[in-house]
Design a protein around this ligand. Structure first.
Ligand code: NAP
Length: 486
């Protein structure tokens, strides 16, 4: 099955921070792949903007290199690369000064969608919004795409929302969380709400617990100084894991409409119970050899750092659907594998007619975000062959890569899909301002709690599954974490 490509309206997309790391690795190669798929109209233009004093030619050379490095198989189509590069322009601009704004205003066209991607440091978001307005570049239909992090606590998120609201309405603001652009994450909604099969079981009566794991093998590397001010709770849980939790836990929206979906997600965040200190385990990766070499503290250049590179927590949702079914979340760096998974672990059958059958396992719906996006439902069947009624577990595998393309290259990257949604004006997969604030309102007291207690993260070995105490978080409830594996 090959996915259909629906062309979008003609656009001018300005990528502020067009020479930065995110633009190089994701945004620009992603746009090229959409071009290759035939989704980008003939007259659409992509305009890079940053302070570097380069011209169109210099920017095209930069983007060509980016496509070669990060474009995957698509990069081999050299003729298409050349055609794509012709759509690119560049303006040297200073978000905080006056340089370049008149030139950008002169470039913009009236009769096309105008979108502005803020792929710059968050400290510049407000300045960009203000300058766009001041120079008359943003029309009432223009859209802005705002990268993460969206604030570092409730107060800063509220301030940022208020600043953006001075110049743009909520319908013009696209707060990006690339986890929402993943094929599997959207499929979670399709599986839940387009099938009669799962929804009757989707509650505390039938689901024992839910595990959400986002494990990385890399450390904080060159981002150490930035990360040390943030930590896993702010960097991953408040946004990505929270969004995944919302999609699993939310009620059916009355329609697949941006505000209807986001209203339901917001209700979930409001229903989250405060997390007890005993239900949180924070960790920090140790060094690989003796001493601190390669440790988190070394990477963060902060020998006394108390920032967590790992966190596991047990979260309860206080509503009729979920009371009694805990959600266990964990995320960390330098773990044993790069793997992201949501596991819906169902309850045992009320009575086993097969007696105390060895090898019996509960049904698990596993939703893999990376690698190999897809879903697996484990079911118990009779072991084939003679020898009586012995049970065995088999996976019903729905691997999207196989279903949607020969080798999975047809699956668009999350950024590709989300940018096309911006052009279409569809906000369903973007966070609304009140959602972000509600997520911070839940997160802030948890962080304040461990700061007040002077909590120190537990050490864990690189390549492990995290600190020992995190295992206990489930053991004491008579459960166990699923293995972290690719
Ligand atoms: P980066 O590599 O540091 O790039 C920053 C970009 O902003 C550069 O193009 C830089 O070019 C430009 N810039 C800096 N100051 C400017 C100014 N005063 N006026 C205009 N342009 C200016 O950062 P990044 O990693 O791409 O991250 C960009 C945003 O995406 C950040 O909000 C980050 O948190 C978010 N993000 C990044 C990633 C990632 O994987 N990289 C992932 C998730 C979110 P000049 O210096 O030439 O101006």
């Amino acid at each position: 099955m090959v996915s259909r490509v629906i062309p979008v309206d003609c656009f001018d997309l300005v990528v502020f921070g067009g020479t930065g790391d995110l633009a190089r690795r994701k945004i620009l190669p992603g746009l090229f792949r959409r071009f290759l798929a035939g989704q980008i109209p003939e007259d659409a233009r992509i305009i890079g903007a940053a302070r570097a004093e380069i011209d169109d030619t210099g920017f095209r050379a930069f983007v060509k290199d980016a496509i070669m490095e990060f474009g995957g198989k698509a990069a081999k189509q050299t003729e298409a690369v050349a055609q794509f590069l012709e759509r690119l322009h560049y303006v040297a601009i200073d978000a905080k000064g006056e340089v370049g704004w008149a030139a950008l205003a002169g470039l913009m066209r009236d009769d096309v969608v105008r979108a502005f991607y803020f792929s710059v440091a968050p400290a510049l978001f407000g300045a960009l919004a203000e300058r766009l307005h001041q120079h008359g570049i943003a029309s009432p239909e223009s859209r802005i795409v705002v990268e993460k992090p969206f604030g570092r606590d409730l107060e800063s998120a509220q301030k940022l929302n208020a600043t953006l609201a001075l110049h743009f309405t909520e319908h013009q603001i696209y707060r990006i969380d690339h986890y929402l652009g993943k094929e599997t994450v959207q499929n979670l909604m399709a599986v839940r709400f387009a099938n009669i099969l799962f929804e009757p079981l989707w509650n505390a009566r039938h689901i024992d617990h839910v595990q959400i794991t986002v494990a990385e093998t890399v450390g904080v590397g060159g981002r150490g100084a930035y990360y040390d001010k943030s930590g896993a709770m702010r960097d991953m849980v408040q946004n990505h894991l929270m969004q995944l939790l919302c999609l699993i836990a939310m009620e059916a929206p009355y329609r697949f409409d941006p505000d209807a979906v986001r209203d339901e997600k917001l209700k979930v965040i409001h229903a989250l119970e405060p997390v007890r200190p005993d239900d949180i385990v924070r960790g920090q990766y140790r060094g690989t050899g003796k001493g601190t070499a390669g440790s988190y503290c070394e990477d963060a250049e902060n020998p006394d750092s108390r920032t967590e590179s790992y966190i596991a927590l047990k979260v309860d949702i206080a509503n009729w659907r979920w009371k009694g079914t805990p959600f266990y979340l964990r995320t960390g760096k330098k773990l044993r594998a790069r793997a992201s998974e949501i596991a819906i672990v169902f309850k045992e059958v009320p009575h086993s007619i097969f007696g105390e059958e060895e090898g019996w396992r509960e049904n698990v719906l596993s939703i893999r975000l990376q690698p190999n996006e897809g879903m697996t439902l484990s079911v118990m069947i009779k072991e084939p062959g003679p020898g009586g009624m012995r049970l065995t577990e088999v996976p019903l595998d729905m691997s999207f890569a196989e279903a949607l393309g020969e080798d999975g290259t047809d699956i668009p990257d999350a950024y590709e899909r989300l940018i096309m949604d911006v052009i279409r004006g569809n906000q369903t997969l973007f966070m609304r301002g009140d959602e972000v604030e509600a997520a911070w309102a839940w997160t802030d007291p948890i962080i304040a709690g461990w700061e007040a207690r002077g909590d120190k993260p537990r050490g864990y070995d690189p390549g492990s599954s995290g600190p020992e105490d995190a295992l206990m978080l489930l053991h004491r409830d008579g459960r166990r974490w699923r293995e972290i594996r690719e």
